[in-house]
Ligand binder design. Structure first.
Ligand SMILES: Cc1cc2nc3c(=O)[nH]c(=O)nc-3n(C[C@H](O)[C@H](O)[C@H](O)COP(=O)(O)OP(=O)(O)OC[C@H]3O[C@@H](n4cnc5c(N)ncnc54)[C@H](O)[C@@H]3O)c2cc1C
Length: 294
């Protein structure tokens, strides 16, 4: 009788999970090892292009890759389920579709977006992390254009509706700001009653003194030059105090009225916003290579 297979469970089908699965399946080929991947979505999301979904440049299905077919080819079992708890003593993970036992667990559940405890961010801002976030941003802007195009809409409300604020001048914030400015140019053709040059505004709020912090000065300066050429209002050393129904308030008491705030602040490494799963602590995450920062 054949011995029971060694069970390897990989939780998460993001970059880390698929990379681990790919490497492990090659490593254990021909051995009695069963690899199971469990993830709450059955596709891999290519996050670097998510801003294109948000700004109407790409269809959602252009930035995803279904996991199941790929997993079958690699002889990896796939389970679409949400991991709720890791029970290290029993070597089991509890999911909304039942319990999975493992001999080895690779935990790759990604990170959580950090709102830094700023009032109103989690309730009012839009995020750019999941596929549906890209859709939500584009739909919000379209809804704002529809409302702004109504003849009865007062001018001050029209300006609020046509203003979009992106918080975070990292690479995806810069890409998003630039492509939204272009998108407004495209919408100009469809909303004849709106003068997009005069009435729309895209603001990019960065807490530090340069764009794409962490990259060289010349990249940062080029990004700034291109964004300003597109008419993006870039604000440096601007720290957000709160987000509410009127718009966004900065700590220097500036208020930018808007209906669309996109929160694209990345996770701080030292704060370790590893996705919380019951039974799994930071120390264990670090030991096994669970990502703590994006
Ligand atoms: C808009 C955007 C643009 C980016 N651009 C770049 C870039 O250009 N270059 C770059 O290097 N990095 C970029 N990043 C960062 C990059 O996406 C992350 O570093 C990377 O996704 C981290 O990989 P991961 O596998 O750890 O997590 P993720 O890719 O987030 O994968 C986590 C996986 O776990 C699943 N999951 C989460 N919770 C559960 C649960 N409880 N149960 C079951 N499954 C769960 C998720 O569905 C997902 O499949 C970008 C990120 C974003 C948001």
């Amino acid at each position: 009788m054949e011995a029971e297979a060694t069970k390897v469970v990989i939780a998460g089908a993001g970059f880390a999970g698929t990379e681990a699965a790919q490497a492990l399946s090659a490593l254990v080929r021909g051995r009695n090892v069963q690899i199971t991947m469990v993830s709450d979505r059955s596709y891999h999301l290519f996050t670097p292009l998510l801003y294109q979904v948000a700004s109407g440049l790409a269809n959602p299905y252009h930035v995803i890759q279904p996991v199941r077919g790929w997993a079958v080819r690699k002889r990896i079992a796939f389970l679409e389920a949400t991991v709720n708890t890791v029970d290290i003593q029993r070597k089991a993970i509890e999911t909304d579709r039942g319990v999975l036992n493992y001999d080895f667990l690779v935990l790759c559940l990604g990170t959580e977006t950090n709102d830094f405890g700023i009032p109103g961010v989690s309730e009012k801002a839009l995020f750019l992390k999941k596929l549906e976030d890209g859709d939500a941003i584009r739909n919000r802007m379209l809804r704002c254009f529809e409302a702004a195009s109504l003849p009865a809409t007062p001018e001050s409300e029209r300006r609020r509706l046509l203003s979009t604020v992106i918080v975070g001048g990292g690479s995806s914030g810069v890409e998003l700001a630039g492509t939204i400015a272009d998108y407004f140019g495209v919408l100009d053709e469809y909303y004849k009653g709106i003068d997009t040059d005069r009435s729309t505004r895209v603001s990019l709020i960065e807490a530090e003194g340069k764009l794409v912090p962490g990259r060289g000065d010349s990249i940062s300066e080029t990004c700034l030059r291109v964004l300003r050429r597109k008419g993006v209002d870039v604000r440096f050393n601007a720290k957000v105090a709160s987000v509410d129904a009127d718009g966004i308030r900065l700590r220097d008491v500036t208020i930018i009225t808007t209906d669309t705030v996109v929160w694209d602040r990345r996770h701080k490494t030292e704060q370790g916003h590893c996705r919380p799963v019951r039974g799994w602590k930071r120390k264990q995450g670090r030991k096994t290579g669970c990502r703590q920062a994006a």
